[in-house]
Design a protein around this ligand. Structure first.
Ligand SMILES: C[S@@+](CC[C@H](N)C(=O)[O-])C[C@H]1O[C@@H](n2cnc3c(N)ncnc32)[C@H](O)[C@@H]1O
Length: 245
């Protein structure tokens, strides 16, 4: 049943909301760029190896660009359901012409479009899986496993919930000390900012069940490859079918 309080589609398919989101990109991306680079560095390819990866909920392609920069012969398929985000992505990716294409895909549904390949050597997602209800997260990880090649990797960069008020308070305390504007922005949100915040936190859950969903889907080499306060990079590999390696 549809969740009437879920404003996800309203946010990501609104010209105004997407324009606001894009306007804030520069400030947000400054501290994210090294996390995105780490996710690229976790991929098991030689620097000059050609391969095509899938970025799920790709937005304007920030995670995609980190991989394309790290692997100059790689190509990307960006799965995204917001025409507004894809249009902004076309501008942000103009210098990567010929190395990417967008595919229309609503991750909240399980119908993978035919133009998303099976047998992908790698899939990534960033700052998107937390927009999905838990049952979709669980099903999506199984669908990703099905669409990966044996030995293919999946990494997700996302926020997680603390699941413990004392831990959450510690995360907030450290976050506020590291960013002197954080507390004031939290207390003085505009209506748009409040709507985006509510959309952002609605389905954020702790880390443990997400790792369990990966395990249940059949991934191996599952790890939290990076974590700082409420942000993580976790992932795993579809078994290659060979003994190890
Ligand atoms: C916070 S942005 C992150 C974009 C990009 N991955 C990045 O790291 O900058 C969230 C993205 O998820 C997309 N998204 C949200 N729900 C989605 C869904 N059900 N299907 C496909 N994309 C979705 C939004 O349109 C938006 O582009």
């Amino acid at each position: 049943m549809a969740d009437a309080t879920n404003t996800n589609d309203d946010v990501w398919k609104s010209d105004r909301m997407v324009a606001n989101w894009v306007a804030g990109t520069g400030a947000r991306e400054r501290h994210r760029s090294r996390h995105r680079r780490l996710m690229a560095d976790l991929l098991p390819f030689d620097r000059d190896e050609p391969f095509t990866f899938v970025d799920l909920g790709a937005g304007t392609g920030a995670a995609t660009r980190a991989v394309l920069d790290a692997f100059p012969r790689a190509s990307a398929i960006l799965a995204e359901y917001s025409a507004q985000m894809a249009a902004e992505g076309g501008r942000a990716l103009s210098s990567y012409e010929g190395r990417y294409r967008y595919v229309d895909f609503d991750l909240a549904q399980g119908d993978w479009p035919a133009d998303l390949p099976t047998g992908a050597p790698a899939m990534i997602s960033s700052l998107c899986v937390h927009h999905l209800p838990d049952e979709r997260k669980r099903a999506l990880f199984a669908e990703i496993w099905d669409h990966l090649a044996p030995g293919g990797w999946y990494f997700n960069y996302d926020p997680v919930a603390a699941g413990d008020p004392v831990v959450e308070a510690a995360w907030l305390r450290a976050g506020d000390r590291q960013d002197p504007d954080a507390e004031a922005s939290r207390r003085n949100r505009s209506p748009d900012e409040q709507q985006r915040h509510e959309n952002h936190v609605r389905y954020i859950i702790p880390l443990a069940p997400q790792l369990a969903f990966l395990e249940e889907a059949g991934f191996e080499a599952i790890d939290v490859y990076w974590k700082q306060l409420d942000h993580v990079i976790y992932g795993g590999r579809r078994p290659s079918g060979r003994a190890s390696g």
